[in-house]
Design a binder for this molecule. Structure first.
Ligand SMILES: Cc1ncc(COP(=O)(O)O)c(C=O)c1O
Length: 369
């Protein structure tokens, strides 16, 4: 059925009519079924190529007999562990069904028709989706060299602005903002505008002046920092993330949060994952080496890429990426075209294990030579 023929469009809430659903990366099983292959590699969704910690597997095995019970709606154990990790009172922590859930809760609390939601060109797709679903007006500041221009973003803050979204680093570009620039920005934003700093990829960043914005929470009550267990901790399927904020902000987020939005397997897994620094360190190391391997490969192929500090990198193929993506799929390599972000010539590659990166580079080399 075409969208224009959908009779229910007339009765939707404001903003829904022009909303386009988020298109996720293709699951391995679906691709393999379609192509009749069995050894594909997925470098499409910024997941951890090492899987997850063995401790997580054990924690899930211990927890699953309880799955007929509702989870602890307050997330006591996990919030306490996160409170120690971040040196913040547990009341500052709001759990989510993935950090996307937390982002959506923020939008529902602070955005509505007549209010403005601000973000940069190329910003993570969930900001416009959640903002538009809440009926807010979207305002987009132009990027510089694919990265955020916080001065331009600041100039757009006005009386109707309620939320500004900053992914640091940003997905799909892998660009980042340094501590001085980010803190100056937060300090300059009026106290009645919420600044969300989305740190989904923080663990991968290896830059001396990269900020952990959670350090500034006591100074800026309008700041919300979001984190996830989907990336370096390898728990993407379980859906668990969280927000760190001033208790007054957390109070509002909790009014909208569904009572059992964080499930018990996810919370047990997250708790176990927090206790395995060795796994995190290994994941970061594999990513560092893999990112270097991919970018060296791009250079050899004469392809430009956007320098990234995350677990992915966007490469410019100098021609529409869709056709190359299709050919890569036939070679069993699932990557991510990012035309929806206004980057039709770029392909986003998640950093994989060395052998996966090598196989991808070899397949790409055959297509762009
Ligand atoms: C910048 C950014 N924020 C948030 C998320 C959401 O992650 P999750 O909902 O799995 O926690 C992602 C996922 O790709 C992301 O790239």
């Amino acid at each position: 059925m075409s969208k224009s023929s959908n009779p229910f469009l007339e009765i939707t809430a404001p903003g829904i009519e022009h909303l386009r659903p988020y298109v996720p990366g293709k699951p391995v099983s679906e691709l393999e079924r379609e192509l009749g292959i069995s050894d594909s590699i997925k470098l499409a969704s910024n997941e951890n190529p090492l899987g997850c910690s063995d401790r997580v597997r054990q924690a899930i095995a211990a927890e699953w007999p309880q799955i007929s019970r509702y989870p602890d709606g307050g997330g006591f154990g996990l919030r306490n562990a996160l409170s120690k990790k971040h040196d913040l009172d547990p009341v500052c922590i709001t759990l989510g069904n993935g950090s996307n859930d937390v982002l959506d809760i923020i939008a529902r609390v602070f955005l509505a028709p007549g209010y403005e939601s601000l973000f940069s060109q190329y910003a993570f797709a969930v900001y416009p989706i959640s903002s538009q679903a809440a009926g807010a007006t979207l305002r987009v500041s132009p990027a510089i060299d694919y990265g955020y221009d916080l001065e331009a973003l600041l100039n757009m803050v006005g009386g109707k602005t309620r939320v500004v979204w900053i992914a640091n680093p940003n997905n799909p570009t892998g660009t980042w903002v340094n501590d001085k620039t980010l803190e100056n920005f937060i300090a300059s934003v009026p106290a009645n505008v919420i600044v969300v700093v989305d740190e989904a990829y923080i663990e991968y960043v290896d830059q001396p002046d990269y900020p952990d914005a959670s350090r500034w929470l006591a100074k800026y009550p309008n700041l919300i920092v979001t984190r996830t267990f989907s990336k370096v901790y390898g728990l993407a399927s379980l859906r668990i993330g969280y927000a760190l904020s001033h208790p007054d902000v957390a109070d509002l987020l909790n009014r909208v949060r569904q009572p059992f939005n964080a499930n018990s397997l996810a919370m047990a897994a997250a708790l176990a994952a927090l206790g395995d620094d060795a796994f995190v360190n290994r994941s970061v190391e594999v990513n560092r080496a893999g990112l270097a391997q991919l970018t060296a490969g791009f250079e050899q192929l004469g392809l430009e890429y956007i320098p990234s500090v995350g677990n992915f990198v966007a490469v410019n193929l100098g021609r529409p990426a869709d056709a190359i993506d299709q050919a890569l799929l036939r070679a069993g390599c699932i990557t991510r075209p990012i035309a929806a972000y206004g980057l039709p010539n770029h392909l986003r590659i998640t950093v994989g294990r060395a052998e996966e990166n090598a196989r991808f580079l070899s397949a790409l080399g055959k297509l762009v030579d």
